[in-house]
Design a protein around this ligand. Structure first.
Ligand code: ATP
Ligand code: MG
Length: 446
């Protein structure tokens, strides 16, 4: 993609309204545009990152056995009256009246709707376990929308809902999501730590928030340092093996990790001082078992093997892909700009033509772009008439993993420069087979 034909409105000035680095960088790199408080348009670069995050989320949900559906954003108030939450939800819910004076709402979450789908079709334990998920925009009229897409009012959520006959299998369903979440965040280059979270009136120990450490995080968190070096469960994980899943979850919950609401200073104090991590964090996911909270009032019942009808056991599991775009930037940037992990970068390569209009560099850049794309690499080709210094600054700001710099002097010798954004490592390479070398990882990351 040629930058001159794309739509990447770079801002030179640091926008005044932005308080945290991810918000500043997203605005400067032309990723998002605020339309009203907490409501954003996604511009091409931002959208490409969001889509890549969604795809990782989807792949790991599918791998764990969850099934994708798509529920609407608009819901009927009557459905929410069945669970008692229409009144209870309060001012965060955006309530709307249609032309027939019917009360509807913009969904802040989907427990009621998915329970309605379930009760319509599923009547027997034979159809269980079941986990249905979707990726859909939510609206919550947050008191203080801030930090850009980190805390929006309209935001994207992946929400999954599990249905099981009894508590033991519901725990396995919970463990599947727990392990899927570890893999999901690791694939985005994040160290997300599962921390014990408040279960509210339902009680039990089945709620975890997945937190990444960042100075700008809104939560105060406490954990054992060992969490920063734990291995991610492999792609070969068998999500049907309940015992193996439980063992993984046990390993990931063995040490202290809690947000301030669940913090126990005595337990934390038992950790050796050098291993105590007391920091700020960003919640990127939240998983929750809530038993029959919705199935009982809404009549979602299934027949067990004995023929007896019982209320189905449920859990819900959220991830915030739009918040993740900002969270990844908080975790990965430097003075010059964003440093995208390879897995979510909007393009793989920034190709910089240092002398546009020069037939030699133009032809070479055109060829490099086509060759790399033919090899499956995505390229953002800076063909604009701009000073080299400005091009370097833009490339560092946008933060694509690789930069290929084509200048007239080295090109005369058949060479181009390759830079790894994350380490700053540079190498001068012959033009031939540049794409292949990139794919193989031309420079080993430091
Ligand atoms: P928070 O405590 O940050 O308000 P929450 O507990 O209300 O989050 P959940 O209802 O568990 O969040 O939602 C699931 C996920 O959706 C969260 O882990 C987060 O990643 C994302 N999310 C929630 N609220 C927002 C928001 N206002 N803007 C962007 N993402 C959000
Ligand atoms: Mg909230």
């Amino acid at each position: 993609m040629r930058l001159s034909r794309s739509f990447v409105p770079i801002l030179r000035e640091v926008p005044r309204e932005a308080e945290i680095v991810s918000h500043k960088l997203m605005l400067r790199a032309g990723m998002i545009r605020q339309q009203s408080a907490g409501i954003y348009s996604w511009l091409p670069l931002g959208l490409r990152v969001l889509r890549r995050i969604e795809e990782i989320v989807r792949q790991e949900q599918d791998r764990s056995g969850a099934i994708e559906i798509l529920m609407p954003t608009i819901q009927s108030a009557d459905l929410w009256r069945e669970s008692g939450r229409y009144e209870a939800y309060g001012k965060e819910m955006l309530r709307i009246t249609d032309r027939h004076e019917r009360e509807i709402l913009y969904g802040p979450t989907n427990e009621e709707m998915v329970t309605d789908i379930f009760r319509t079709y599923v009547k027997s334990y034979r159809d269980l376990p079941l986990n249905l998920y979707h990726l859909q925009w939510k609206f919550r009229d947050e008191v203080r929308p801030r930090f850009g897409v980190m805390r929006g009012r309209e935001f994207l959520m992946k929400d999954a809902y599990s249905f099981d006959l009894d508590e033991a299998s519901a725990r396995t369903a919970y463990n599947r999501m727990f392990v899927a979440y570890l893999r999901t965040f690791a694939r985005m280059g994040l160290k997300a730590i599962p921390m014990r979270a408040d279960t509210g009136p339902i009680g039990g120990d089945l709620s975890h928030e997945f937190i990444i450490l960042a100075e700008t995080g809104e939560s105060e968190v406490f954990c054992h340092r060992a969490y920063l070096d734990m291995d991610t469960p492999p792609a070969t994980t068998d999500f049907q093996d309940a015992a193996a899943l439980q063992a993984t979850v046990d390993r990931w919950t063995a040490r202290y990790a809690a947000t301030s609401e669940m913090h126990d200073a005595v337990g934390f104090g038992e950790i050796a001082a050098a291993d105590q991590v007391s920091a700020r964090g960003i919640e990127v996911g939240h998983i929750f078992f809530f038993g029959t909270k919705y199935s009982a009032p809404m009549g979602a019942r299934v027949a067990g093997p004995d023929g007896e009808m019982r209320d189905v056991q449920m859990g819900s599991y959220g991830i915030g892909p739009s918040r993740l775009v900002a969270a990844i930037i908080e975790a990965s940037h430097d003075e010059a700009g964003i440093i995208w992990p390879d897995s979510v970068a909007p393009y793989d390569v920034a190709l910089l033509n240092l002398r546009p209009g020069d037939p030699a560099t133009d032809v070479a850049c055109d060829r490099i772009e086509r060759e790399m794309e033919a090899q499956g690499l995505s390229v953002l080709h800076d063909d604009r008439d701009d000073r080299p210094g400005a091009k370097f600054a833009t490339a560092d700001l946008i933060g694509l993993p690789w930069q290929v710099v084509v200048g007239p002097k080295s090109l005369a010798e058949g060479k181009v420069e390759l830079k790894r954004r994350a380490t700053g490592a540079r190498e001068t390479l012959p033009l031939e087979n540049l794409g292949e070398r990139l794919r193989a990882g031309a420079i080993t990351p430091a």
